[in-house]
Design a binder for this molecule. Structure first.
Ligand SMILES: Cc1cc2nc3c(=O)[nH]c(=O)nc-3n(C[C@H](O)[C@H](O)[C@H](O)COP(=O)(O)O)c2cc1C
Length: 168
């Protein structure tokens, strides 16, 4: 690995992010991946973006299906983040034992997430070894009461207390 590559990776690891599970429904098949490369893009029209590695299974499924949902994880949902990142051995079906709902596109919406958006793929851009999928938000939801978010920082999972809680 070149000096620039390793320093670039280290620099990017120092950007704290939330953690999402991006799901898709491709025909009758549902799938999902843990993703931190997610952000809000536009209000009018409502757009978000996710960056998905070209080499992973989810990539072609999202491209083919033309839909995805983004589920924003709360601090108790690290096990889900690990499962959908492929970090738990012998998990064939990442949705096994999970109940989920759907909104407009059919992409799975997971229970108890902080919030979710359901999207139709609006555009797909070349992002080097990733594709930037821009999603038009067709439906969105939040779960109350507000819970603390799950974070990822420097290759570690972390939790952020709720603003206003003692110690913050
Ligand atoms: C915290 C965390 C964040 C991740 N963010 C992304 C991401 O934004 N985009 C991506 O393509 N992969 C990301 N990954 C890796 C995917 O979750 C992982 O490659 C997954 O197993 C892909 O599944 P698939 O091959 O079944 O599609 C992340 C992994 C972790 C642990």
């Amino acid at each position: 690995m070149s000096d620039l590559t390793s320093t670039f990776k280290e620099a990017m690891s120092r950007f704290a992010t939330g953690v999402t599970i991006v799901t898709t429904k491709d025909g009758e098949t549902v799938h999902g991946l843990t993703a931190s490369a997610f952000c809000s893009l536009s209000l009018e029209p409502p757009l978000v973006l996710v960056c998905v590695a070209r080499t992973i299974r989810s990539h072609d499924m999202i491209a083919r299906a033309g839909n995805f949902a983004v589920n924003i994880l709360n601090a108790t949902q690290r096990p889900l983040g690990e499962r959908f990142a492929g970090l738990i051995p012998d998990v064939e079906d990442r949705f096994e034992g999970l109940t989920y709902t759907s909104a407009v596109t059919g992409a799975p919406i997971l229970p108890d997430v902080l919030a979710w958006v359901d999207c139709r793929v609006w555009a797909a851009y070349d992002g080097g070894d990733h594709t930037i999928f821009v999603g038009e938000v067709l439906a969105a939801g939040v779960n109350d009461p507000l819970q603390a978010p799950l974070l990822y920082f420097h290759r570690h999972w972390a939790e952020l207390g709720l603003p206003g809680e003692e110690g913050n």
